[in-house]
Design a protein around this ligand. Structure first.
Ligand SMILES: Cc1ncc(COP(=O)(O)O)c(C=O)c1O
Length: 333
């Protein structure tokens, strides 16, 4: 797998210390685990009403403004297939599945480049002819946040703006989320994968105007989100304590990791708001290879449009693991 379809999971063998995939290394809360097991034991077809209500209540939205998904990724593919925009714009460097999905549906995909100094973007740089615009907030792999005004400035009649907030629950509060914002043309996509260690369950959702949610739902098979994912959506929407705890643990670990990186000669590290950081080093390929030989997987970021082989993305893990990474990085450099 390469190019737009490359993801961190292809880079970390099971025995490696995994800084390539941005999943927070913690055990699932007992109530979530119990909900998953109960769903597994249920012989009936899944129904998504309770999940829509729970997610809606969490974000002050109605249940008809919520579409449960098989992970955030399904949202990008469903939007591309159901809406079939002729011209779309992706704000890069960013997670590449939205672009892969749009291209697979025949869209012309325009690249809007973030400013490499601080990775901000200029809403005015998005061509008016883009019928659909996708951006991440916080953005993977650059880690920064966009102010809500910049995202809302992208809205224009006839356009759909898709904000990928898959990492928003990691962001220190107050987070600039648009999840509670009911606006024509605005879609917010969320994932349970990263914070709840649920990559394999495939659980996420999108929030948008009720007519759009209905139109997207009409384009897929019945029961398309399985009972485990729906149970996870309910359990995680009710659990406000876990994201709060994780946010503060991540903030401490991230600050330590960043200050450890910033004193390394030859390493440029951008500050980030989520559970990963973007670095630039000399000879990125060599550094990633030597870390790999030392049993540590990082994510070479050259497959993100706008970045090169010297950019590496690393997850924020527990402080002792982050220290191991820094020590290995000192050797690898
Ligand atoms: C920014 C971003 N959005 C979405 C996803 C996909 O999330 P999910 O597992 O919910 O499909 C990823 C996974 O790497 C990601 O990095």
């Amino acid at each position: 797998v390469s190019g737009l379809r490359l993801h961190g999971d292809a880079l970390a063998a099971p025995e490696m210390l995994d800084f390539a995939v941005n999943i927070w290394p913690a055990e699932r809360p007992a109530a979530l685990q119990a909900a998953l097991l109960a769903a597994l034991g249920d012989p009936r077809y899944p129904h998504d009403t309770t999940a829509r209500e729970a997610v809606g209540a969490r974000h002050a939205r109605g249940p008809h403004e919520v579409l449960p998904l098989n992970g955030a990724c399904e949202g990008f593919w469903l939007l591309a297939h159901a809406l079939r925009p002729r011209v779309a714009a992706c704000v890069h460097p960013s997670f590449t599945e939205p672009e892969a999905a749009l291209r697979a549906c025949g869209a012309e995909v325009l690249h809007v480049a973030r400013d490499p100094h601080d990775w901000s973007f200029d809403p005015a740089a998005v061509p008016a002819r883009a019928e659909l615009v996708v951006l991440g907030n916080p953005n993977n792999p650059t880690g920064g946040l966009d102010p809500p005004e910049a995202v809302l400035a992208l809205l224009q009649p006839g356009r759909i703006v898709v904000v990928d907030e898959s990492f928003m629950d990691f962001v220190p509060e107050p987070a600039p989320s648009l999840a509670a914002e009911s606006r024509e043309g605005l879609v917010v996509v969320r994932s349970l994968t990263k914070l709840w260690a649920l990559a394999g369950v495939r659980a996420g959702y999108l929030l948008g105007p009720a007519e759009l949610v209905a139109a997207l739902g009409a384009q897929r098979q019945p029961w398309s989100v399985n009972a485990l994912a729906l149970a996870a959506l309910v359990a995680c929407s009710h659990d406000r304590a876990t994201p709060q705890r994780v946010r503060s643990e991540v903030a401490v670990a991230r600050a330590q990791l960043l200050s450890g990186l910033q004193v390394l000669p030859g390493v440029r590290a951008w500050p980030g708001a989520a559970n990963f950081l973007l670095l630039e080093v000399a000879d990125g390929e060599g550094v990633a290879g030597r870390l790999r030989a030392a049993g540590i997987a990082v994510r070479p970021a050259g497959s993100f449009p706008g970045l090169g082989d010297d950019h590496l993305r690393i997850a924020v893990r527990r402080p002792d693991e982050n220290r191991r990474l820094i020590e290995a990085l000192v050797q690898a450099l």
